[in-house]
Write a new protein. Structure first.
Length: 118
């Protein structure tokens, strides 16, 4: 006689609940991380432009704002940017937080600090 193999109904239900919970958490938090990486890409693009190395703050703000509008970035604006010159190189950075409601009264608060430095 062969021994039975497989997963029990209880084991399957526990696995399904854990898998669905992990997916729901990823679907809630994922867009905030995607937006962070998009903001960081915009900062690196603006800082890498040769014309921006000698540009005034207003021109840098306009360049960032134009790209942020195209990418539909709403979490920060050009007013939140910190623009510095380090070693003759333009460095753009910012700091912001995002509060994502998960369920009932539980929320995830994530703090991001994108920068044009690699």
């Amino acid at each position: 006689m062969h021994a039975q193999r497989g997963i029990t109904l209880t084991g399957f239900l526990v696995f399904a609940v854990l898998a669905v919970s992990a997916l729901l958490l990823a679907f809630k938090i994922g867009p905030a991380y995607s937006e962070f990486y998009t903001i960081q890409k915009i900062m690196r693009t603006v800082a890498a432009e040769p014309a921006m190395q000698t540009a005034a703050r207003g021109e840098i703000n306009t360049a960032f704002n134009n790209r942020a509008t195209i990418e539909n970035i709403k979490v920060i604006s050009y007013n939140d940017l910190e623009v510095n010159k380090e070693g003759g190189k333009l460095v753009i950075s910012a700091a912001y937080s995002v509060k994502v409601p998960l369920f009932y009264n539980l929320s995830a608060c994530m703090e991001f600090a994108p920068s044009s430095e690699r």
